[in-house]
Design a protein. Structure first.
Length: 198
């Protein structure tokens, strides 16, 4: 029995699926969406294309599953520093460490995916996130309201989530990590003055 056959025999169920998704991420990272084929992923995972087809109908569905697992395997803990500013800064610093590379790859490599599916970055992001889950910044603002740091008034979701939107734009524009001074500028010079108007 070959090592490939032995590997396939030993891994089943969730363990096999995890191995496939990890291999799929490596293929996407190394070869881009153009190289994101069932053949390449099966070879990287040490399995066969029929095994992949039993789980996913095609590479578009597998891509969403791959990014969902990757996103969930690198969670950003919602900070609780005791202050709105501290929480926002700590959250964006974590996002920079854990998500900047993923965001860069998604913005650069997935144009063909969006063309094939007729979808957008926003739709892909919704597909890989837990449905109905509050964003970290929504939780951070709710805590600040509860502490009495800011007024308990209705705020548009765009305003609440503005720091991450600006952070993501910075990642896309620079194709790299966001420097701490830019994160401080987003929080101190743009977001907090906007929130404190309420």
């Amino acid at each position: 029995m070959s090592s490939r056959e032995g590997c396939t025999t030993r891994r089943r169920g969730a363990a096999l699926e995890t191995a496939i998704l990890e291999a799929a991420w490596k293929v996407l990272r190394d070869q881009g969406y153009a190289g994101f084929t069932f053949e390449a992923i099966a070879a990287r995972a040490g399995t066969s294309r029929p095994v992949l087809y039993r789980r996913w109908s095609g590479r578009q569905e597998l891509l969403v599953a791959t990014l969902r697992q990757l996103w969930q395997s690198k969670p950003i803990e919602i900070p609780d520093t005791g202050s709105l500013r501290g929480d926002a800064l700590a959250f964006l610093m974590q996002a920079d460490e854990r998500r900047a590379r993923i965001i860069t790859l998604m913005s650069v490599e997935l144009h063909e995916y969006f063309r094939e599916t007729g979808s957008s970055f926003r739709e892909l992001r919704a597909a890989i996130r837990e449905p109905g889950q509050a964003t970290a910044l929504e939780v951070i603002v709710e805590r600040a309201v509860a502490r009495g740091e800011i007024a308990d008034v209705a705020r548009p979701a765009r305003v609440v989530n503005l720091p991450f939107e600006l952070f993501r734009q910075e990642v896309i524009m620079t194709m790299g990590a966001v420097p701490p001074e830019a994160i401080h500028e987003i929080v101190d010079e743009i977001w907090l003055p906007l929130l404190l108007q309420g």
